[in-house]
Design a protein around this ligand. Structure first.
Ligand SMILES: [Zn+2]
Length: 238
């Protein structure tokens, strides 16, 4: 009986360290990010899961029209066919970050697979750009880290990038509500907006993404908010 109790105790303690500590860190990081964005009256547009052959160029045109820069957290498996787009992102002065290679969920697969996925994601960007940098700002898929991935990122001094405001483009397909992120940014006086630039079947979703980003840029202009990249926001202490 006591053996089972000690096994159970070890399992609970292990779970607290493996899942709960990274979860608490994520919560704290997001609160800090929000405070930084609001204090600096700053908006950051972030695009995950791209590049997408159809949507990414449309997003780039929108950003160019507003003469603003965004941060793209690229997915390694989408880079292979779109290396030219990665180079275009860099040429146009946008910030490039990584979102792993295969979008593995850090709570659902073995920790060594997660670390390997992170490293493959960095390498895919390096291969596209022809550099050997090996580290980029990192956005965890689903916003989830486990203890091993968190310690790995800390050890490598890799900036971990969360968000404060979800545009809803992967779950809210009601075009009339595409100003969701803009409303939140206006209310808070700043924020880090999450959107996605991978290609979808439906042009309607593409329109949603573009309208959502456009609405945020319009709000930023109206409220006098600074539009910056993720690293520019983080470069000033709150
Ligand atoms: Zn993602």
């Amino acid at each position: 009986m006591s053996l089972w109790i000690s096994i159970l105790g070890t399992g609970v303690a292990g779970g607290v360290f493996y899942f709960c500590l990274p979860w608490l860190y994520c919560r704290w990081n997001r609160l800090r990010l929000r405070r930084q964005a609001v204090r600096r009256a700053c908006v950051v547009l972030t695009l995950d899961d791209g590049p997408g052959r159809r949507l990414t160029p449309a997003v780039l045109d929108l950003l160019a029209a507003g003469t603003v820069k965004a941060t793209f957290f690229l997915l390694g498996r989408n880079i292979r066919e779109n290396q030219d787009l990665v180079r275009r992102l860099r040429a146009q002065g946008h910030e490039i970050g990584s979102h792993t290679y295969d979008h593995l969920h850090a709570w659902k697969v073995a920790p060594w697979r997660c670390v390997s996925d992170i490293r493959r994601g960095f390498k895919a960007i390096d291969d596209a750009l022809g550099v050997e940098r090996g580290r980029y700002p990192f956005r965890p898929p689903y916003g989830k880290l486990n203890l091993v991935t968190l310690l790995y990122l800390w050890a490598k001094r890799i900036p971990i990038a969360f968000w404060t405001t979800d545009s809803g483009d992967t779950w809210l397909f009601d075009g009339s509500r595409c100003d969701r992120a803009a409303t939140a940014v206006e209310k808070m006086g700043g924020g880090v907006v999450l959107a996605h630039d991978f290609d979808r079947e439906s042009d309607e979703v593409h329109r949603y993404v573009l309208n959502a980003l456009g609405a945020v840029l319009e709000t930023a202009k109206k409220r006098g908010l600074l539009v910056s990249t993720f690293s520019q926001l983080r470069s000033v202490r709150p």
